[in-house]
Design a protein around this ligand. Structure first.
Ligand SMILES: [Zn+2]
Length: 474
């Protein structure tokens, strides 16, 4: 008997009985009338209720009859500080989105603001079945990390490094990310030192670079060295659209991944996001270096990046590259419902290529669970319901019209094609029930909604730009 198993004997035991358990284990078993036993923050056993339940008297038993029990979804790219920017950057091109709309907004944020923004983010995540998020970086980040602590979410925080700017990619002077190379490295390193492994490893930290036109070669190289030394991830937006890649070509005579490869920095701890514009050679470079990719279909269709229409994700997955997914931001998607992302993954590519089985609903679910865990370097602990893993579990209510009829052959297809975040009834993170029967237990929901509205109105009043309704609001 392993040490963790013995340790768990003394912790609170929760049993979820009679569920339709989508395990995401290596065999991808789906267990009818199944039980998941949780002790402390880990899963103790998964199996048939009739066999498992008698062995495990529990402190709390949840009856999941007619409901799906599955791993919590992982949002591998979610900007917590941008949640109060919902509505500020719709229907503009990427360069205007970043430099005209979002950086001026981010320049105004205090730790209190990013705390409120992240509490709203976590509320939406918990209510729609997301149990882990990777934040690719904003400023300031202590407010983000503290909100993850308080909300009960699992997550990765980072400081998005930027150490160069040009007139066509100008940064607001008061943007906290606008720093020298040395100061950027110190900010990133400080965040990793402060937050990585906190709350019993529920909170992690990573290195992050914002976007390639704002990163010097020295920052690329030294960030990689630090991330290797610390054994953590590096998150970055890369090859987001044609305009960005052309900028890199003009300045380096190479396209983005080719340029990073020439610097010798590619490796398995990169999580590169968007990645719409890639050459055939670059696909090979990504595979050969086991680089992880994050596809945000909602952001791509909202901002017209091209990741679905001209991106190469189906080919990359065929080549064995790990591709995960995310909602990105309420300013770029604008939904944080991962069920919507699953639907987009399993539909958009098929339509664009006119190939009806190009990306299956089962693959989409893998991208948001087991593949996401691997991409975040967290696969020993999360991504599936298996004995020994951390207990990140959701219960999906199938007693709703979008779940009828349901057959053994349509369980995952129905989840992806017809499921919705509001179907999620109970959310467990790290063995703690953070939402039960749609009642969020870790936060005061009306207070968070009120604070979010008030904070956003105060921020919008201070922006250097104004937005007018397109239709008369009387
Ligand atoms: Zn992003």
């Amino acid at each position: 008997m392993s040490a963790w198993y013995e340790e768990r004997q003394s912790a609170l035991k929760i049993r979820i009985d009679n569920g339709l358990v989508i395990t995401m284990d290596p065999r991808r078993r789906i267990i009818t009338q199944g039980t998941v036993v949780i002790q402390g923050n880990r899963i103790l056993e998964v199996g048939k209720t009739a066999e498992v339940s008698t062995r495990h008297p529990a402190d709390k038993v949840i009856d999941a009859q007619g409901k799906i029990v599955m791993p919590g979804l992982i949002d591998a790219h979610l900007h917590c500080v941008q949640t109060l920017a919902r509505g500020l950057a719709d229907d503009v091109d990427l360069i205007a989105w970043i430099y005209d709309r979002i950086y001026p907004y981010e320049a105004l944020l205090t730790q209190e603001d990013t705390y409120v923004s992240t509490m709203l983010t976590c509320l939406m995540a918990i209510q729609t079945g997301t149990t882990c998020l990777a934040d690719p970086g904003g400023y300031p980040m202590d407010g983000v990390a503290q909100a993850l602590v308080d909300s009960g979410m699992r997550g990765i925080v980072s400081w998005a490094g930027m150490d160069q700017w040009s007139s066509d990619r100008a940064l607001p002077d008061n943007l906290p990310g606008k720093k020298s190379t040395e100061d950027t490295l110190a900010a990133m390193e400080g965040l990793v030192k402060k937050w990585h492994g906190r709350e019993g490893d529920r909170i992690r930290a990573s290195y992050a670079l914002r976007v390639e036109p704002n990163v010097t070669r020295q920052l690329f190289r030294r960030t990689k060295e630090l991330a290797d030394r610390d054994g953590v991830l590096i998150q970055m937006h890369a090859a987001v659209n044609r305009d960005q890649v052309e900028w890199v070509r003009r300045h380096t005579e190479r396209t983005t991944i080719d340029y990073m490869n020439s610097l010798g920095v590619l490796g398995p701890n990169w999580l590169l996001t968007h990645m719409a514009i890639l050459t055939d050679d670059e696909l090979q470079m990504l595979r050969d270096n086991d680089v992880k990719l994050c596809h945000n279909p909602g952001a791509s269709v909202h901002g017209a990046y091209g990741a679905c229409s001209v991106g190469r994700f189906p080919e990359l997955m065929d080549m064995g590259v790990t591709v995960t997914c995310g909602c990105d931001s309420t300013a770029a998607n604008n939904s944080l419902d991962m069920f919507r992302t699953l639907y987009q993954l399993a539909t958009l590519h098929k339509e664009i290529r006119v190939v009806p089985d190009l990306l299956s609903p089962e693959k989409a679910l893998e991208m948001a669970t087991v593949d996401a865990a691997r991409a975040l370097m967290w696969d020993k602990d999360i991504g599936s319901l298996e004995a020994g893993k951390k207990a990140d579990v959701i219960i999906v209510d199938c007693h709703r019209p979008n779940w009828r009829p349901l057959h053994p052959f349509s369980i995952v297809p129905n989840l992806v094609y017809a499921g919705e975040g509001v179907d999620v009834e109970t959310t467990i993170v790290d063995g703690r029930i953070v939402m039960e029967d749609r009642m969020v237990k870790t936060m005061n929901v009306p207070a968070i909604l009120e604070q979010a509205q008030a904070t956003a109105e105060r921020l919008v009043a201070r922006l250097p730009y104004t937005l007018a309704p397109r239709w008369p609001v009387e």
